[in-house]
Design a protein around this ligand. Structure first.
Ligand SMILES: Nc1ncnc2c1ncn2[C@@H]1O[C@H](COP(=O)(O)OP(=O)(O)OP(=O)(O)O)[C@@H](O)[C@H]1O
Ligand SMILES: [Mg+2]
Length: 371
């Protein structure tokens, strides 16, 4: 045991701290390619996260520690992520200036584009390109409430890990499903990656492998559970059980018209799909009509709510765009032979963000290995 730990390689674990579930993913580069060495999912302590901020750090950290222990994850460093309506990710134009100068004035420059208070925000940026024929440059600007970032860093530290980085969920999804995809199919198209979680749904549009737009819709799994809760007068936990039963009993497009729970869930799901369609149309409206390259040709779903039986077919028909639930590990050619297939089948779609996080640190090594 002691020898083992002395000689064990230092690895990084991707930890996706969702409002409903915490997911941990560990991936190692091996001689045969990338390998999923460990993955685990556990419920988030109830009411522990409010609007993306972990308000109960001690209990969440305890849950993270138990999760890693149970899964046999011995990583020393962790990467986590933030998302939600208060996380702003935007491509903006700044006057050309050296990176060091922009870094000094970033909050001032960002305040011209972002309405939230810069005092309480963490602001980051990356210079994307500097066209020669312009005195402006394209910058990817990211801003988030400081307490959202700090509370997640605190969770990682309290769980006994070194917080290596805080990523944006949208970037993590793009990394896992597009940049490091097994095929370059999505690198030539415009696709929408839609993460349907518990508290919100994120719509991320990726055009030819590049991040284009992210939008947050406040309708997701909890909205459905709360609708059933109001209808039946049951507790949240009981309503959650009823929802899961309904969602796994019959495919969505074959749901019984008399099903009372479906009657309150369907209008919300349809509203969510209308919002998705609005986001896609908003993106497409920036380009000349009929420009095939900018048309969203595929929708890729992740997150627990995407697991509702028949979601692919339901979305495809309501949206009019071909929709698939992400097959995260096949899509990224990560071997899963060490993990039971039933676990992957059950949890695959919810592990997408964690997979992108786990891949962030090992990217150069993975790329070298893959070459
Ligand atoms: N088989 C299923 N059918 C329907 N809903 C499901 C199923 N499995 C999980 N869910 C729902 O998915 C949600 C959890 O998904 P996920 O783990 O992606 O959310 P999260 O990351 O914790 O939340 P968020 O990112 O919004 O903070 C819950 O609302 C849960 O009820
Ligand atoms: Mg989530």
């Amino acid at each position: 045991m002691v020898l083992n730990s002395l000689f064990s390689k230092e690895t990084t674990v991707g930890i996706d701290i969702g409002s409903s579930c915490i997911k941990a993913v560990e991936i190692e580069p091996t001689a045969r390619g990338w390998e999923l060495t460990n993955a685990a999912v556990t419920p988030t302590p109830s009411e522990a996260i409010k609007e993306g901020v972990v308000i109960n750090i001690v209990d969440v950290a305890h849950e993270v520690r138990s999760l890693l222990k149970e899964a046999g994850i011995r990583a020393t460093g962790a990467i986590c992520a933030i998302s939600g309506s208060q996380v702003i990710v935007r491509q903006v134009q700044f006057p050309k200036m050296p990176e060091a100068v922009l870094r000094k004035s970033i909050k001032y420059e960002a305040s011209k584009h972002i309405s939230s208070s810069m005092e309480d925000s963490v602001v980051e940026f990356e210079i994307m390109d500097q066209p020669e024929d312009s005195n402006e440059m394209n910058v990817m600007l990211v801003a988030a409430p400081r307490e959202m970032v700090d509370s997640r860093v605190k969770v990682i530290e309290t769980a006994g890990l070194e917080p290596l980085m805080v990523d944006i969920e949208a970037f993590s999804l793009i990394r896992a499903l597009v940049e490091l995809a097994a095929s370059d199919e999505y690198l030539h198209k415009t696709v929408a990656l839609i993460d349907m979680g518990a508290s919100h749904t994120d719509v991320n549009i990726v055009s030819r492998g590049e991040f284009a737009l992210t939008r947050n819709i406040p309708i997701a799994g909890n909205s459905f559970t709360n609708a059933i809760k109001s209808l039946t007068g049951a507790s949240f936990e009981e309503a959650e059980t009823m929802k899961l039963q309904m969602a796994n009993d019959q495919p969505l497009d074959a749901m019984d018209d008399d099903n009372r729970n479906w009657k309150v869930v369907q209008p919300l799901l349809d509203e969510l799909i209308r919002e998705v369609r609005r986001s896609i149309h908003f993106y497409q409206s920036q380009f000349p009509e009929g420009d095939a390259d900018t048309m969203v040709s595929k929708v890729v779903l992740t997150g627990g709510t995407a697991r509702m039986l028949g979601m692919e077919a339901y979305m495809t028909s309501k949206l009019g765009t071909s929709t698939v639930v992400a097959d995260v590990f096949k899509q990224t050619a990560i071997s899963t032979q060490r993990i039971p297939e039933s676990f992957i089948r059950e949890h695959g779609p919810v592990l997408a963000v964690g997979t992108g996080l786990a891949l962030k640190d090992s990217m150069p090594e993975i790329k070298k290995n893959a070459a």
